[in-house]
Write a protein that binds this ligand. Sequence first.
Ligand code: ASP
Length: 578
Amino acid sequence: MYRTHTCGELRIGDAGKKVTLAGWVQRTRKFGSMTFIDLRDRYGITQLVLDGDTDLGREYVIQATGQVVKRESVNANLPTGEIEIKVESINVLNKAQTPPFTIEEVSDGGEDLRAKYRYLDLRRAPLQRALALRHRLAQEVRNYLDAQGFMEVETPYLIKSTPEGARDFVVPSRMNQGQFYALPQSPQTFKQLLMVAGYDRYFQIVRCFRDEDLRADRQPEFTQIDCEMSFVQQEDVLDTFEGMMRAMFRNALGVDIPNPLPRMSWYDAMDRYGSDKPDIRFGMEIHEISSLVKGHGFGVFDSADYVGAICVPGAAGYTRKQIDELTEWVKRPQVGAKGLIYIRMGEEGIKSSVDKFYTPEQLSEVAAAIGAKQGDLIFCLCGAKRKTQTQLGVLRIEMGNRLGLRDPKVFAPLWIVDFPLLEWDDETNRFYAMHHPFTAPKPEHMELFYSNRKEDLEKVCANAYDFVLNGNELGGGSIRIHQADVQERMFEVLGISKEDADYKFGFIINAFKYGAPPHGGLAFGFDRLCALFGGQETIRDYIAFPKNNQGRDVMIDSPSLIDREQLEELKLIVKTEK
Ligand code: ASP
């Protein structure tokens, strides 16, 4: 037997027992004639004490036998901190080279170095806690969905494109030269086919692949909790998955989320928060002030389509320098505003950057309209409506961060509902599906959906919904199209020719001709969900072997070149452009 106990297990009640532990030497300290060793495994750290010296290096794998004794100086930070093991014998199971960074709660290694030696980084307690939480949450999902009659079904990874708005990763086929599989961006079409096949309630904790330009904290492969149900309406889906989230919060975190969860229409979310994933942990809502500020000779506002404002509570003390810095901040291309107008509700009265154009009374009116009080600071932006709202939304989040209003231990989930079905793109001069092309128009908007007028199509809404938590879209789904002719119409609206639609999606259009039940579902981004539950912004710690910002796995050094023979077998020629 390698061990009688783990390194996280022994307590004062075990004093006197003879035990054997196995683990890694985190560090050794000499103290007079004694040596203290912190022995670590997945479960914790136990202190070993022995008479005399040792030549054990960091990360040696050892087995130690001895007696549990009460410790003289208790370490209140360790669950095992009241005891130590008086070592009788040590057996070195394996030596180790000195690791390139310290393997402790806080490491001295930089991110790149730790990524290269991920297997060492994974020995650290924060990462072990992160993966344990991930495991716990996956179990909660399975328990809940199993109890609700859901069946976990695996769908293939080598498929044909599933459009979810990103580029596909493709895999060349050796047996079908010149042809390629695509890796699924999601199992969307397969889960719908499972509904046609009568499986009724499906789920899968599944890997998805999207070849996107990596924005911060995205991974080219990521995990979804993917679900689909038949004979349901939006209400049934929301109800089921609210229940799942409730169970996860309760069982994994001991947190009770509101019952029922708040819901907000997409239009309200955009108008009030400038975002379809609003963080509702704090107010600072957006207000349209166009009618109050237009027509007073201030050209910038007068010529704007929309003027909006947020009130930053208690920020009237912001210095000119701070406001200038924020002005530069909103002008960065990532935000894209032209400038920032402020109204300061100071002790000495109202002051603004547009005092020339407005009387104090007029500015007070603006302040009253958005509920600003003395001591507050108002920021205004103007331009095209949705664009300006989005910019105000970004500024709002930034101010929320700066004022410490976004506590990761506070959870404010909600559903966003009533999304528009389609989104017009000026550049390509066509509609795109806001969610994906399998989302159904609301039944009451069917007539608009068959109209050929752009203004009508823009008004079509979907029974589509997103689950939003603390300013992050954690999941989303919709009631689907289940009739072949409606699906064909959708492709037509999206400007996809009949031939193209048949070539790419013939299988699903056909399947709908053989008795497809009404169905709907959703998927949650599992990596982000874990990170948010863990109170962290970044998903990387919650993935055992993640890729870096350039989409590389620096540990195994991938992607990499392949052999000439492999290329030859696949009949591929690599054209390297210099
Ligand atoms: N397949 C969708 C996605 O990946 C989710 C869904 O509609 O169920 O976002």
